[in-house]
Write a protein that binds this ligand. Sequence first.
Ligand code: CMC
Length: 416
Amino acid sequence: MKLADYKATLSFSNGSPSVEMPVYHGSIGPDVIDIRKLYAQTDMFTYDPGFLSTASCQSAITYIDGDKGELLYRGYPIEQLATKCDYLDTCYLLLNGELPSESQRTDFHQLVTKHTMVNEQMQFFLRGFRRDAHPMAVLTGLVGALSAFYHDSTDINNPHHREIAAIRLIAKMPTLVAMAYKYGIGQPYMYPRNDLSYAGNFLRMMFGTPCEDYKVNPVLERALDRIFILHADHEQNASTSTVRLCGSSGTNPFAAIAAGVACLWGPSHGGANEACLNMLEEIQASGGVAKVGEFMEKVKDKNSGVKLMGFGHRVYKNYDPRAKLMQETCNEVLAELGLENDPLFALAKKLEKIALEDDYFVQRKLYPNVDFYSGIVQRAIGIPVSLFTGIFALARTVGWIAQLNEMLADPEYKIG
Ligand code: CMC
């Protein structure tokens, strides 16, 4: 931030003296008024539930321009990363601020790969859960438990510990998500395979069995990798703010990320793609495309309480850039699997077409968001609906840890 050459003045109509506050220019986006001394100067607080007008921190990681429909990771447009890089390149970028050189890339891939196994004892810990437990309940527990298994990287004042904890989390999340899935369906866990890509290894740990070789389908591998890239970070959303707040007490990174997983679980946050798929299935069960008109009337009726899930966004008042990329991936995956005529996809396209032309949606600037198509892709790959939020958590872990480490390195950070 750079100090602006103008100030903000707050005046009161009750005769209290007015106060001047510094203004800063962010490197991108709107200017901010520095209210840190407000309470000391006026004995008054500001009131802003949901942080609608409040920046809680400085961050150079991710930027969203909701009006333009733009998403940047470290200054790079999401479209460029999704088409030219893979997820681990994106992780490197989010953590380090720049894309890796060829040798940095090789080293980073090797480093992550070397940490994909989890302590063998964790499977006995997992055994304590009911088999029908929700995967997010299991994951919250497993991620929190990492601090019990990896004591040697819990000192947040040690930069080396912070780095190793980051790598461990990124590397082990796919293993833990797959273990939670296999446990639920009663199949043996699959150990990671280090000759596979990050997404390919995850596919094998999910869908492979010890009885036969598992061949990774490159189209599905690329699709999953793209889902990971699109969900890797998204500024100061609820779960990221949770991770920062939790970490601000000086707790260890595994505990802070477990708090993020718990926050993400909520239906207003990570649970929306599950809700979108359930909506499509309900319309399909009630008569499919023929019932779309009727459904849209309900959506527009304020008294019905029905929303078009996967549409609208707190920040994007334009097409969510992630939704466009997800639609492209959706086409590729369905074509690869011979599911071009998938009724849910046809339904989604029909809903989107109507909504983009309908005054109700146009006036309110409601456009498809990332969740509109990601559920269809995951379902086609074979991922059960209850695991969608777990996949989101896996992908977002790098964003959380990058934001946490940025906070810890910031000399201005305070306990929240
Ligand atoms: N269907 C029908 N009407 C809608 C929808 C929708 N999906 N979204 C917003 N509206 C209406 C809303 O009723 C309001 O109408 P009016 O002005 O007549 O009262 C107007 O549009 C403005 O909506 P809002 O609720 O004030 O907007 P918000 O910024 O508070 O809410 C939202 C954003 C995402 C919670 C909301 O659009 C929504 O519930 N969408 C469906 C759920 C969904 O898809 N969520 C995924 C978000 S993307 C995930 C991520 O980025 O992490």
